[in-house]
Ligand binder design. Structure first.
Ligand code: NAD
Length: 490
């Protein structure tokens, strides 16, 4: 019998009454791992009600006490690292090492949020006028929710949850319906971490569940991560309902390689960026723009790295790249590669139609390298979200920066060079929220906001660190007068 996942509401596990459910598959083998309910609006309502009920006491709990369950959670995450990583690999497809990597970043966010008693401090001025003082304090919003994607099932909920809870909000997670097992495991740990009932909740579901979150009057703020179409929709809908929103979207990340770059290092880092997590990272390099003098070396070394990459089941020894998330995703990626060929691109390494022995039902696309895709063609404009790297040329750094800035996305842009001046110009002029200099995956550590510009982000305050603290709090400004003659009466 297939296990049906439960929601975590009001301090306990509850079965969803959802008439519809989806099968959760291991993308390496196609095996059914579980079934996830598509929770209806009424179940979002119950979670929101429980959260609203828990809020008054939770917000009055001193910040230093609110972070104690987070310290416990950190210890639990460390203790359960191996089983969590295996769960991520089994439902998401990435390698065990990649799963451990995302868990480290999840834990780092818990550590940062444990600093809330300092991070949440306001500020004040004495004597803004004679005998009058003014102060700004931060207070939590109330009930907040996050809607997360499939590609980092453990890390992305932690871009939001620890900050929301530490600042005194009550939190609802709606994880991706394609990878709900990781959240299920995480909530088993949250259950023992010691949060009061109603403070943190898990509601599984799909689009209708999101609609119910966006329409619920008790939910004050929504964080989401997903494709640009989803981000745009959630942002508009949340704003129309008067909610605070931060919505991270898709990406198409360019990497510029200057002729003075260390070619061996660049090719190695570029291959990890383009093919790591099977290209299903919002910070995956998708286009390499080489300047004359870099082109031949990069083309040669990156095709070799693509050819050599060991593809397979992420829990098997030596595997460097797993499958993509679904059969639909594999079909979409292979279709894009086929159409790029029709558009005039040359396929240097073709990852289509390949099998992994023993995993013939898996959704594998092998590393693929293309060159000369037309800049206005489909492959150059579309987020592929698979292990496909396009190579193109530029005559100068100015031209490369113009190409970078012509994209509609602005998640990440990277440059490889030994020149401080070229790096400085690039850093200053590119339209991207996360910039890498001799770095291929410019993922901000938890002490910095995870940025993103243009079609890659809708909102103003980003995930992680100070931005998260600001997002989850509202500022109150208090102006006080305490005449000194009043105290003489006592
Ligand atoms: P997705 O947009 O399909 O789904 C994301 C979440 O939104 C899921 O929980 C899903 O249930 C919900 N959702 C999907 N369609 C919806 C709709 N029409 N209305 C309301 N809710 C909807 O994304 P995905 O395939 O799970 O994740 C991959 C995408 O996420 C890629 O585009 C990737 O670039 C992006 N991503 C961005 C970042 C970032 O930081 N910018 C990070 C990770 C992933």
């Amino acid at each position: 019998m297939i296990r049906r996942l439960e929601n975590f509401v009001d301090g306990g596990w509850v079965s969803s009454g959802a008439p519809e459910a989806l099968k959760v598959l291991n993308p390496a083998s196609g095996a059914v791992l579980a079934e996830v309910p598509l929770s209806p609006a009424q179940e979002v309502h119950l979670a929101a009600e429980a959260a609203a009920k828990a809020f008054p006491e939770w917000r009055r709990t001193p910040a230093g006490e609110r972070i104690q369950p987070l310290f416990k959670l950190k210890a639990l995450l460390e203790e359960n690292l191996d089983s969590l990583a295996r769960t991520i690999t089994d439902e998401c497809g990435k390698t065990y090492a990649e799963s451990l990597g995302e868990l480290r970043r999840a834990i780092e966010n818990v550590e940062v949020a444990c600093g809330i008693p300092s991070l949440m401090q306001g500020y004040n001025n004495e004597d803004i006028a004679p005998g009058i003082d003014e102060q700004m304090i931060r207070q939590p919003l109330g009930v907040v929710a996050a809607i997360t994607p499939f590609n980092f099932p453990a890390m992305i909920p932690f871009w939001f949850m620890p900050y929301a809870l530490a600042t005194g909000n009550c939190f609802i997670l709606k994880p991706s319906e394609r990878v709900p097992l990781s959240s299920n495991r995480l909530f088993q740990l949250l259950e023992v971490a010691g949060f009061p009932r109603g403070v943190v909740q898990l509601v599984n579901g799909g689009r209708a569940t999101v609609e119910a979150i966006l329409d619920h009057p008790a939910i004050r703020a929504v964080s989401s991560v997903g494709s640009t179409a989803t981000a745009r929709y959630i942002y508009a809908h949340a704003a129309a309902n008067g909610k605070r929103a931060q919505c991270q979207g898709g990406a198409k990340n360019p990497v510029v390689v200057m002729p003075d770059a260390d070619m061996e290092m660049t090719a190695r880092i570029l291959a990890d960026s383009a093919f790591g997590c099977a290209g299903q990272r919002c910070l995956a390099a998708s286009v390499a723009i080489t300047l004359e003098g870099a082109k031949n070396a990069i083309t040669e070394q990156i095709t070799e790295a693509a050819r050599r990459r060991r593809v397979g089941y992420g829990l098997d020894d030596g595997v460097e790249m797993g499958p993509v998330i679904s059969a639909e995703s594999k079909g979409r990626i292979e279709g894009l590669i086929a159409r790029s060929e029709q558009e005039g691109a040359r396929i240097l390494i073709d990852g289509r139609g390949r099998n992994v022995k023993g995993f013939e039902k898996g959704f594998f696309v092998f590393p693929t390298v293309l060159e000369n895709a037309p800049p206005d063609g489909e492959i150059a404009r579309t987020e592929i979200f698979g292990p496909v790297l396009s190579l193109m040329g530029a005559r100068s750094l100015d031209e490369a920066i113009r190409t970078v800035n012509a994209r509609s996305y602005g998640n990440m842009a990277c440059i490889f060079t030994r020149s401080g001046a070229a790096a400085r110009k690039f850093r200053s002029e590119v339209n991207a929220g996360n910039v890498g200099i001799n770095v291929g995956v410019a993922a901000p550590i938890a002490y910095f906001p995870f940025s993103g510009w243009a079609d890659s982000f809708f909102g103003d305050l980003h995930a992680q660190a100070h931005h998260a603290v600001e997002f989850y709090t509202q500022t109150k400004v208090v102006i006080e007068r305490w005449p000194s003659d009043w105290s003489r009466r006592f």
